[in-house]
Design a protein around this ligand. Structure first.
Ligand code: SF4
Length: 236
């Protein structure tokens, strides 16, 4: 997966369709492999119209953020789209949850800004983090979201494939000289929507989303793990 992403990133360098190509590969890898890994398992409780877990923190890579920012801009520019006020919804959610830890965030009960009438309206381009959190019991999800102590029966293949695809994408981004770490969705989207040259800056190796980096992950340790797995020499 790392090599496949690397080929796409190298071939697409400087091209306008780089974000589309690399995210399409990520989502396709995830969906195809999950379909194979979940054969014979019970049917998931998750579906497009269930927002039971959509108040948790979503961490996404820069390509996922820029894909979503473009999607939001398209919806906003479409007939009737401005009335949804997606940029305003994102900004309001960001004001509530920015800087909160996982527990505080759950307590704040701030629903994702993309839930409208109980439906995720960006479902086709939702990040890997959302795809990888899949449950077999909706009422257990609702209890957990309300802070009640409950064990949610999650799908291990979904969590595993999310982790595998996300790590392969991030290690390939790093190897190709792109900002590769993980960003909090709302804050990063705001940055992507307001920084006009943000995507071009990222394509040039900059990190215009740096202010939204997830601070409680040891990214240096993640980089060392990538090097160990890939057998790459460590920088001195
Ligand atoms: S992007 Fe969609 S699936 Fe992900 S948390 Fe938001 S509403 Fe839920």
């Amino acid at each position: 997966m790392h090599d496949g992403f690397g080929r796409i990133l190298a071939a697409g360098r400087g091209r306008a369709d780089l974000i589309d190509a690399v995210t399409a590969q990520a989502f396709d890898l995830f969906e195809r492999n999950v379909a194979i890994q979940t054969e014979g398992l019970p049917v998931l409780a998750c579906h497009k119209g269930c927002p039971a877990c959509c108040c948790i923190r979503v961490v996404a890579s820069a390509p996922e953020i820029f894909l979503l920012a473009t999607y939001v801009q398209r919806v906003h520019a479409s007939p009737g789209g401005a009335a949804l006020d997606l940029p305003g919804r994102i900004a309001r959610a960001d004001r509530v949850v920015r800087g909160l830890g996982e527990q505080q965030r759950m307590a704040a009960q701030c629903v994702c800004p993309f839930i409208l009438k109980g439906i995720c309206i960006i479902h086709p381009v939702r990040p890997l983090a959302c795809r990888g959190l899949a449950s077999f019991d909706k009422s257990a999800c609702e209890d957990a979201a309300a802070g009640r102590p409950v064990e949610v029966p999650l799908s291990e293949p979904h969590a595993f494939m999310r982790s595998m695809v996300q790590n392969a994408l991030q290690s390939a981004l790093r190897a190709q000289g792109y900002a590769w770490r993980g960003y909090e969705l709302n804050h990063a989207l705001l940055l992507a929507l307001t920084k006009e040259e943000g995507q071009a800056e990222w394509c040039g190796g900059g990190d215009p989303l740096a202010a939204a980096l997830v601070a409680d992950t040891d990214w240096q340790a993640v980089a060392v793990t990538f090097d160990d797995v890939l057998g790459a020499p460590r920088p001195s």
